[in-house]
Design a protein around this ligand. Structure first.
Ligand code: SF4
Length: 72
């Protein structure tokens, strides 16, 4: 995706079985290759992983304000 993948948008590289079409190829974004999934992220399956990712996207979205933080 030339302009990057917006949060919440399905990557155009995913095939019908949710596998990355560019896995292992040089055109795969470096960010994707650097992401190290772990048990906390994956949980017991796709539903857990999607919830985890959705939560992460919300927490890192522009304009998100952590209720525990104070303006400097
Ligand atoms: S690893 Fe990256 S390029 Fe491949 S499907 Fe996922 S987001 Fe898309």
């Amino acid at each position: 995706m030339p302009q990057g993948k917006p949060a919440g948008v399905r990557c155009i590289q995913l095939d019908e079985e949710n596998r990355c079409r560019v896995f292992g190829k040089p055109e795969r974004p470096a960010f994707c290759g650097g992401l190290q999934a772990d048990a906390e992220m994956c949980g017991d399956g796709r539903e857990h992983a999607m919830q985890w990712l959705t939560s992460l996207e919300s927490l890192t979205a522009p304009g998100f304000m952590d209720p525990g933080s104070r303006p400097g």
